[in-house]
Structures are given as structure tokens and as C-alpha cells.
Ligand binder design. Structure first.
Ligand SMILES: NC(=O)c1ccc[n+]([C@@H]2O[C@H](COP(=O)([O-])OP(=O)(O)OC[C@H]3O[C@@H](n4cnc5c(N)ncnc54)[C@H](OP(=O)(O)O)[C@@H]3O)[C@@H](O)[C@H]2O)c1
Length: 292
């Protein structure tokens, strides 16, 4: 049984809580809200509109003392950047591993997170793009950009009206994947790539959960790669995968590591090579059977 702490009970946190409560190998022992939230002191079930769970929501200001009391092994954080950094420092001190879904960190804050993981030898999955689908989109985008490296590329991302950061963390990551793909034949340091070199258009409207569209347009044709989340349950399932991955690890990881897409790509290439060999062998036999 894995003891878990959930930080951030907003739109996404609530969906994650619902999924966590259905897992037989995971026990949610803490649910944490902001310092001024009226959720503090309530049973989590009341916030989820379900029956009582026995988990009383606590304020982030009481995080350290509750970590000592409930001893979670992993924490999931979907709150906001400053809060996540502050929480991460307390969690790392207690050696609690983290799955961080919060987005909108600036460069300094990202470095801080890495240092927290390094200095405290604690496992962190930093996942500004937590769904399986969007990670597949990134691989496809990288691949397409490496082949269509002279095409124009633009990204359009759409989210609900209240989303705070724009462009989304995922859109920036997709832009970096495009640049990585397009520079495949050049000797470029990945740290020199600047996502701002790819135009990103951010739409903030209504209740759109999340949509990312990459357009690669040439003179005579174009390729579009689109990912769309229909439900926040997709975020919850990604977070669950990340929890199961990080619970016994030390180091700073991304969803790429969690999903091991590199392994999928290698297997794909090996299988293609195998089928190719089979095809050629088959052709050889047929040729030998031709009457001379
Ligand atoms: N990685 C991904 O794929 C992915 C997917 C979806 C969302 N996100 C990101 O996850 C974050 C949350 O998204 P959301 O849509 O759920 O936003 P949201 O509805 O605004 O929820 C954020 C929640 O965090 C709580 N909070 C603020 N400070 C806190 C603190 N110090 N400690 C604990 N909780 C605190 C807020 O306040 P109260 O406690 O007062 O309610 C609020 O309920 C955003 O950064 C978003 O971009 C990432």
C-alpha cells in the first residue's frame, strides 16, 4: 500500500482525488489546500460531492507537521508555481517523493526544483504535460519536424478562460520538440534551443479542457498533429502512472521517463528492420523459383 498526499484541490486536484480513492494499492492520507481556503477542516468527500472519506483537508501552512503525522511516501502537486516550490522544500526535507503537475514555472523556479531534488536526493517527476496522449504527440511532432525540417511551424493551444499561464507549459515543450527535430542534422546544444523561435497562439475561452495543435506547412502540403483532452481524468491517470514510477526512485524525471517512449521507438525500429528482412528473404525465394 502506497501512502499519498494530494496538494491542490482545484479543477484538476479534485479529479485526481476521485481516481486515487478508487485505487486498491494506494491510500490517500492527506489532502492539502491553500492557507486561506475554506476547504480546510472539511472531509474530502464533501469537496468531491461523495460520501465521507475520513480524510480531513488541511492547510499548506500545516504541511510539515502533517507530513510527520501521516507519513506519505509520495505527494502529487497541482496547485500554483510559488506554492509548489514552497511545498517541495518541505516535502524534500521529509524525503517524500513528488509528482509535480503544476505549470507556469519560470526558469529560476525550474532550476530550484531540480536543486531540491539533487540536494535532498529525492525523486521528483516534473510533468507539465502529464497525459499519455500529449506525450505521444510530442514524439510524433519531433519525428515530423525532423523529416519536414524546412516547413513552417506554428502551434495553437486552447484552454479554459481562467487558465493562468499562457502559452501553456505543454505548448512550450512541443515547440522545443519541433526545434529538436528540425536541428537533428545540425550540431546544436539542446540548451540553446529557445521555444520562442516557434510562434505559439494561445486561446483562453469557455471550458475547453486542453487542446494542442501543431501545424507543419510546406509550399504544397501540410501536416497537423492534434491532441485534445476531453476529461481531466486523463490528467489523473497520468499522475497515477507517475506515482507508481517515482515511489522507489531518486532523481529528477519527466513523463518521457515514466512512459519509456524511447523503448517503444526502439522496438518499432527493430520490428520494422525484422519485417524488411523477412520481405527481402521472401522476394529472394520467389526469384529462385522463377523458371530459368
Ligand atoms: N501537467 C498537466 O498536464 C496539467 C494538467 C492540468 C493542470 N495543470 C496545472 O495544474 C495547476 C492546477 O490546475 P487547475 O486547473 O486545477 O487550477 P485551479 O483550479 O486554479 O486549482 C489550483 C488549486 O491550488 C490551490 N492552491 C493554491 N495555493 C496552494 C497552496 N499553497 N497549497 C495547496 N493548494 C494551493 C488553489 O486554492 P484553494 O486551496 O484555495 O482552493 C486551487 O484550488 C496549474 O498550474 C495547471 O496549469 C497541469
Amino acid at each position: 500500500m502506497l501512502n499519498l498526499c494530494l496538494i491542490g484541490l482545484g479543477r484538476t486536484g479534485i479529479e485526481i482525488a476521485k481516481v486515487l480513492l478508487q485505487q486498491s494499492d494506494i491510500q490517500l492520507v492527506m489532502a492539502v489546500c491553500s492557507s486561506k481556503s475554506d476547504k480546510a477542516g472539511k472531509d474530502l468527500g464533501e469537496i468531491l460531492n461523495t460520501r465521507d472519506t475520513g480524510i480531513i483537508v488541511s492547510r499548506c501552512t500545516d504541511l510539515e507537521q502533517n507530513l510527520l503525522k501521516y507519513k506519505p511516501e509520495v505527494a502529487i502537486d497541482f496547485s500554483q508555481p510559488e506554492a509548489t516550490i514552497q511545498n517541495a522544500e518541505a516535502l524534500a526535507k521529509m524525503r517524500v517523493k513528488m509528482v509535480i503537475g503544476t505549470t507556469g514555472f519560470n526558469e529560476l523556479q525550474q532550476k530550484k526544483l531540480m536543486n531540491i531534488s539533487k540536494n535532498n536526493k529525492v525523486g521528483i517527476v516534473h510533468a507539465p504535460n502529464i497525459t499519455l496522449g500529449v506525450n505521444v504527440m510530442m514524439v510524433l511532432t519531433n519525428l515530423a519536424a525532423s523529416i519536414l525540417d524546412n516547413y513552417d511551424c506554428e502551434i495553437i493551444e486552447s484552454h479554459f478562460k481562467q487558465k493562468k499561464d499562457a502559452p501553456s507549459g505543454t505548448a512550450k515543450k512541443i515547440a522545443t520538440e519541433v526545434l529538436k527535430g528540425m536541428s537533428i542534422n545540425n550540431d546544436i546544444n539542446v540548451h540553446d534551443l529557445d521555444y520562442e523561435d516557434i510562434p505559439i497562439h494561445a486561446v483562453r475561452a469557455g471550458g475547453i479542457i486542453g487542446r494542442h495543435r501543431t501545424i507543419l506547412a510546406g509550399k504544397y502540403d501540410k501536416v497537423e498533429i492534434i491532441h485534445e483532452s476531453f476529461s481531466r481524468t486523463a490528467f489523473a491517470l497520468g499522475a497515477l502512472k507517475a506515482v507508481r514510477f517515482i515511489h522507489d526512485k531518486v532523481g529528477f524525471f519527466e513523463m518521457n521517463d515514466v512512459l519509456d517512449l524511447r523503448h517503444v521507438m526502439t522496438t518499432y525500429l527493430e520490428r520494422e528492420a525484422h519485417f524488411r528482412k523477412q520481405r527481402y528473404y521472401h522476394m529472394e525465394i520467389q526469384e529462385n523459383q522463377l523458371p530459368s
